[in-house]
Design a protein around this ligand. Sequence first.
Ligand code: SAM
Length: 268
Amino acid sequence: MTEAGQVPEDISADRPSVARLYDFFLGGHHNFAADRELGRRLLSVEPNARQIVAENRAFLGRAVRFLLASGVRQFIDLGSGIPTQENVHEIAQRGAADARVVYVDNDPVAVAHSRQILGANPLVTVVGADLRDPAAVLGHQKVRDLIDFGLPVGVLMITVLHFVPDSDDPEGIVAGFAAALAPGSYLAISHATQEAVPGTVAQVQDLYKSTTAAAHPRTSAEILRFFAGFELVEPGLVYLPLWRPDGAPPEHPERAWFYAGVGRKVSG
Ligand SMILES: C[S@@+](CC[C@H](N)C(=O)[O-])C[C@H]1O[C@@H](n2cnc3c(N)ncnc32)[C@H](O)[C@@H]1O
């Protein structure tokens, strides 16, 4: 990946990427034939896939607005992806012009796309890095330049932790980020679960094995453990549409089989 943001030549167009697949579900244009083919197979298994992705983006928006209202002015978006619209910095800077955002992703297309849409915004940056190495992310010069770790930070891990297998110690990874945060910082997570529709999720999980990152749905108890050291704000860990909905939630929120929660760091 070049600093200029050109798409590097080492991208494998034959192997579906979880970032490009997500872009396909969002209706974006940063995906290849292999991504679209797998996307269509996934849609035949889970016809609600596009709605679930939309619910996830809506949760992201509500979470960022909640953090803004709670006084947070700096955000680290881990596994930021290839969002086509309503990016974190757009939502955040609409609420507070001085809001600062660091995007982090390990997918070259996601990083190149983020660089493209950022333009010359001095309060936003993108880092191509693997979140499984918190020390490398937190120590990155661009992160140090933009984020003041003496002040609260909103860390977003939206639809990304289920791409980290237990063997990579996701709890330790989250704890690595949490340790660097000032009290009053926040952690927002959305995460796939097998609890509501186990058969569908097992088929989806099977199809994701051919992508750049296999999927590891978790139970609510397992996801709650990521919030160690944080106090969950109301309404706790709930299905996506139930987290502080703007309007009436759908009749069957469990059909968006992702849990969502936001926690506030309680002490140093
Ligand atoms: C499903 S997308 C979610 C994008 C965005 N967070 C959202 O919820 O709209 C997951 C993103 O996480 C990224 N990702 C997966 N594993 C990662 C890792 N180990 N380090 C950094 N990014 C990762 C993928 O490249 C992809 O862009």
